[in-house]
Design a protein around this ligand. Structure first.
Ligand code: ASP
Length: 439
């Protein structure tokens, strides 16, 4: 028997009908043994996420405002789900306990975690499998950060002997039992930790899209689905803003070499996207795996004759940046030039001081600041083996008369990062996409 860990996101569990789809999907494959649910999310009918409502309950209590109405919405969501499913389950005592604890001043993490807790309770009853409270198996340290080693030990011990279980997403506990949650969207992380904990063959992440797209659909109409992606490519694309998985969710499964399969609860026959440790370079789509990008960067460009012979020039530049508590994204260099690319928010209120310190400590011949830059990552594992990819990228931009202000290629040669002005950003993404996909 194989082992699949299947995580279902909030839209997959937004109402009774969605719960029914999830149960059907789980039952279709007996290997789907460990199930990680989110709290009910938004749907056509419900425009609130249960987690948002629970945070709201907590802040009402913290500000001594009546919270019965908000809590009533939460209780109503679950009652509706249960009645739509026709399952015999009385959540009354649990809802009363949660209400009492939130009213009594329980932490916001406790309040927020109850959405997943209740989803898990319903799903375990529907599937008739054990409910394992993540407070038992996901351990946070006193500083509120995940203790990955302790978690792995607890998972192996508690889940190892079971044939299957429902383990709600998003939360765990500190050693003293206090509930802690991950950052928003954190059920993805729980799914990855459970997958590692039970040494799963696959971590299925069920959501409301059929996998990752080769470009942002808000920029490129109806972009192609990515069939297979390596963890490294995913890291490049998600760093640049392509999001399907919580950032931290990749690390546990990557460490254990477990593939992730992103799938669509509403179109369960769709292939989705597979994320794997290694994949043969593919010539499909001219070797391009995906394009992603982010706006709002500032480039500080320094030029100095014979920079290459000046010992410590780069270090001094980066020291100034670090002394202002700023982290940088890239440092593309030329023979006599060095640029530092910084997320513009980091420079808020600091730019003038940074520039004058750079001038004083590095004495460049020219220092220029380019605000409003966008970075675009063109990613493809086939790039390293395939000549002409860069030529195609640059030709497509030249044809559109787009000025490329910066170029950076990672040493792994699976990406090219380009800097263009923010106003050229969307046009650039479309031009590159067209150059490879022909549309
Ligand atoms: N329910 C939590 C949130 O809305 C966690 C999750 O769904 O992954 O952020």
């Amino acid at each position: 028997m194989g082992t699949i860990v299947a995580k279902f996101g909030g839209t997959s569990l937004a109402d009774g009908q969605q719960f029914a789809k999830v149960v059907r999907i789980i039952k279709e494959d007996p290997d789907r043994r460990f199930i990680v649910p989110s709290a009910p999310g938004r749907s056509k009918v419900h425009d609130h996420k249960v987690t948002d409502l629970l945070y709201l309950c907590h802040s009402h209590v913290a500000q001594s405002l009546p919270f019965d109405d908000v809590f009533g919405h939460v209780a109503e969501r679950y009652k509706l789900i249960i009645s739509e499913l026709g399952v015999k389950l009385d959540l009354g005592p649990k809802l009363r306990e949660i209400r009492t604890r939130i009213k009594g001043g329980a932490s916001s993490d406790y309040a927020a975690s109850r959405g997943e807790y209740l989803s898990g309770t319903v799903l375990a009853a529907l599937l008739d499998v054990p409910f394992v409270d993540p407070a038992e198996v996901i351990r946070f340290g006193e500083d509120g950060r995940l203790d990955a080693d302790a978690t792995q030990r607890l998972m192996e011990k508690r889940l190892g002997p079971l044939d299957g279980a429902v383990v709600p997403g998003f939360y765990g506990s500190k050693p003293d039992g206090e509930i802690c949650v991950f950052s928003r969207g954190g059920s993805d992380v729980t799914g990855a930790l459970v997958a590692r904990g039970v040494d799963a063959d696959v971590y299925e992440n069920w959501t409301d899209v059929s996998g990752l797209r080769m470009a942002d659909p808000r920029i490129v109409p109806n972009p192609e689905r990515i069939d297979t992606l390596t963890y490294r490519e995913l890291r490049e694309l998600s760093y640049m803003g392509a999001s399907v998985l919580h950032d931290e969710a990749v690390f546990p499964v990557r460490l254990a070499g477990i593939p992730v399969h992103i799938r669509n609860t509403n179109n369960s026959k769709d292939e989705g996207t597979k994320i794997v440790h290694e994949a043969a370079p593919s010539d499909r789509n001219g070797g391009l795996s995906g394009i992603a990008g982010k706006r709002d960067f500032t480039v500080i460009a320094l030029e100095k004759a014979l920079m290459n012979q000046e010992l410590g020039f780069g270090r001094r530049v980066l020291d100034v940046i670090a002394d202002h508590g700023i982290s940088y994204e890239h440092t593309p260099t030329g023979i006599d030039s060095l640029s530092v690319v910084i997320d513009s928010r980091q420079l808020d209120g600091k730019l003038n001081a940074v520039v004058s310190d750079l001038k004083a400590q590095c004495r460049p011949d020219v220092l220029e600041v380019y605000p409003n830059m966008a970075l675009i990552a063109v990613v493809g594992r086939a790039m390293a083996h395939r000549p002409g990819v860069a030529a195609r990228v640059f030709a497509s931009l030249a044809d559109e008369r787009i000025n490329v202000r910066m170029i950076d290629q990672g040493s792994s040669e699976i990406n090219i990062i380009l800097g263009v002005e923010t106003r050229d950003f969307e046009r650039s993404v479309r031009a590159i996409y067209r150059a490879f996909l022909g549309k």
